[in-house]
Design a protein around this ligand. Structure first.
Ligand SMILES: C[S@@+](CC[C@H](N)C(=O)[O-])C[C@H]1O[C@@H](n2cnc3c(N)ncnc32)[C@H](O)[C@@H]1O
Length: 201
């Protein structure tokens, strides 16, 4: 997917989620927050885009850093952050080569709503290495993935690929996100999207 082009022309259907999607993410976040008091710790929003979910995390009481490599997306993100009146640190960077200097470390939660699943094998492993280095020992990684399939635009990823890239982690849960695209895209792309929740093995 050419993300820069998408944001330039205003094609970002992933931002048009509904209540059912929101509930599916909320229940995963509740699991991470249960039995703790806010602030919950550091959260890293991988491929944050226009910071929709980074803002939601901040509202819930996480100390959030969002990373994306598309300037236009981050500009929209900054506007949203200002309008929401929350604190979110937005950083321009490549999530396949994140460093502590750039984003810090000690992340208890790593959220990726739609970045990893478009990566090739080399990029998947590089992103997982970055995450592994920046996450706490008790961290949770939440990935939103489409299955690997021949389709335009998004590559998709298999469970095996997730397990191989995130060696040292194990998949604790797989749940549907209920994400739906507008009719022609839904039929063409068949997202069949799922949340993968990973914990260190
Ligand atoms: C499907 S969009 C999701 C955006 C946001 N998480 C959301 O749900 O609204 C994927 C995002 O990943 C970003 N992205 C893709 N590859 C990246 C990379 N190597 N480094 C940083 N960001 C990347 C894109 O710019 C895009 O904003």
């Amino acid at each position: 997917m050419n993300w820069k082009f998408s944001y330039t022309v205003g094609f970002h259907p992933w931002e048009d989620t509904d209540q059912e999607f929101f509930q599916s993410l909320s229940s995963l976040l509740e699991q991470e927050e249960q039995g703790r008091n806010s602030p919950y710790g550091r959260a890293l929003d991988i491929g944050t885009g226009s910071a929709i979910w980074a803002i939601e995390l901040a509202k819930r009481g996480w100390d959030v850093t969002g990373v994306d490599f598309v300037e236009k997306a981050l500009e929209r993100g900054q506007e949203r952050v200002r309008a929401a009146g929350v604190e979110v640190t937005l950083v321009q960077g490549d999530v396949t080569r994140l460093s502590e200097d750039q984003v810090g470390s000690g992340f208890r939660l790593i959220l990726d709503t739609g970045t990893f699943h478009d990566f090739d094998t080399r990029q998947q492993r590089a992103m997982a290495r970055s995450v592994d280095a920046l996450a706490t020992q008790d961290a949770t990684v939440i990935l939103l993935c489409w299955p690997r399939r021949i389709r335009p635009l998004i590559r998709g990823v298999s469970r095996d690929e997730i397990e191989t890239a995130f060696a040292g982690w194990q998949i604790a849960d797989v749940k549907p996100s209920f994400f739906k695209l507008p009719p022609p895209l839904e039929w063409l792309l068949r997202p069949d999207e799922h949340w993968y929740r990973l914990r260190r093995a």
